[in-house]
Design a protein around this ligand. Structure first.
Ligand code: SF4
Length: 329
């Protein structure tokens, strides 16, 4: 195996079947990073508890998400793919780190303020400590690199500060300061053409949808709002259908639509049918792999449990050094 440049850690909440936004914004990058780094990817079920009203879908959402990640190209023989709660050391490190975290720092984070706005009736302790748990994950697995979008960089900076504080205070090198790797996360809009694609808004297109479901969703996409009639010229620059064409269609087709739309040479229905076709074609290998892996659900759980074992082995080493540095008896 080629020498890897270091260890990458990343986690995502168990949201079930992944959609185009998840794929283009994270999973595609997860797959690519495997070529360069030793990767540790975690399904953060504990984080999910901060805003979950019910836990009944937690298990199925975890399974569906793992299935999509594997079908997208994660290689479990080299990459550690596991469930956060299967390495409970993260809770211990979270508690220890919380002792050196000023409360004001947490309540000042823009993401906390946003969560309060979204869930004004459930501002629980876990929500305040969310970034501490996130830092505990990153530091437990001694990640050297963490891929983040610009909006998440304050969380990583927060984790880096915790490392400096901890190591300085306890005169140790037990925790490793991770480097930031900015990833360009394309903002994928939902079928409403307005808001970021997301399940809660029901404006998403699932990777694992059938070709017919995909076509139905694509045909309902909002286009250039100024284009009222077939005979009106359109503006692809403000059209979300065109944004997806740029990702999933050939350069020739993109150029044709770009030119024809501006002179009403192509109608929106035709344009969307072409997108649905190209999208379905691009997803053929993914859907075939997914169906194959799904024939053996035990294998998916085995992969997650094996990942848990490997994650716990790293976590044990870190916690041994952390406890020794603090002087816990
Ligand atoms: Fe958008 Fe295509 Fe309609 Fe132009 S023709 S407005 S790019 S859907």
């Amino acid at each position: 195996m080629m020498n890897k440049k270091g260890r990458v850690f990343s986690g995502a909440r168990p949201t079930g079947r992944q959609h185009l936004g998840n794929y283009l914004g994270a999973v595609k990058n997860y797959v690519a990073l495997q070529d360069e780094f030793e990767c540790v990817y975690c399904i953060v079920d504990l984080h999910a508890l901060t805003t979950l009203e019910t836990t009944e879908n937690l298990r199925s959402n975890t399974y569906e998400m793992a299935l999509d990640w594997l079908a997208a190209g994660l290689r479990p023989e080299e990459t550690i793919l596991f469930i956060q709660s299967h390495a409970p050391q993260v809770c211990e490190l979270h508690t220890i780190l919380s002792m050196i975290t000023p409360l004001g720092k947490l309540t000042d984070l823009p993401t906390f303020k946003e969560k309060v706005r979204q869930n004004p009736n459930n501002v629980n302790y876990g929500l305040v400590g969310y970034p501490v748990l996130m830092a505990a994950d990153i530091l437990l697995y001694r990640a050297s690199v963490v891929p983040v979008g610009v909006d998440q960089s304050p969380h990583l900076e927060f984790a880096r500060e915790l490392v400096r504080t901890f190591n300085y205070h306890f005169k140790t090198q037990a925790l490793v300061e991770p480097a930031t790797r900015f990833t360009e996360v394309p903002k994928v809009l939902g079928i409403d053409g307005q808001q970021k694609m997301g399940k809660s808004l029901n404006n998403h297109i699932e990777l694992a949808a059938t070709p017919e479901e995909t076509q139905k969703r694509v045909l309902s996409m909002v286009t250039d709002p100024q284009r009222q009639r077939r005979t009106d010229a359109g503006n692809p620059d403000v059209c979300n259908v065109f944004s997806l064409h740029k990702i999933f269609s050939s350069a020739d087709e993109v150029a044709m639509i770009n030119a024809e739309c501006r002179k009403a040479g192509i109608g929106c229905v035709d344009c969307k049918k072409r997108l649905a076709h190209d999208l379905n074609e691009s997803l053929v290998p993914f859907r075939a792999r997914r169906a194959e892996i799904d024939q053996n659900p035990d294998r998916v759980w085995e992969i997650l449990h094996d990942g848990g074992r490997r994650a716990r082995a790293i976590a044990d080493e870190t916690m041994r050094d952390v406890r020794a540095a603090i002087g816990l008896p």
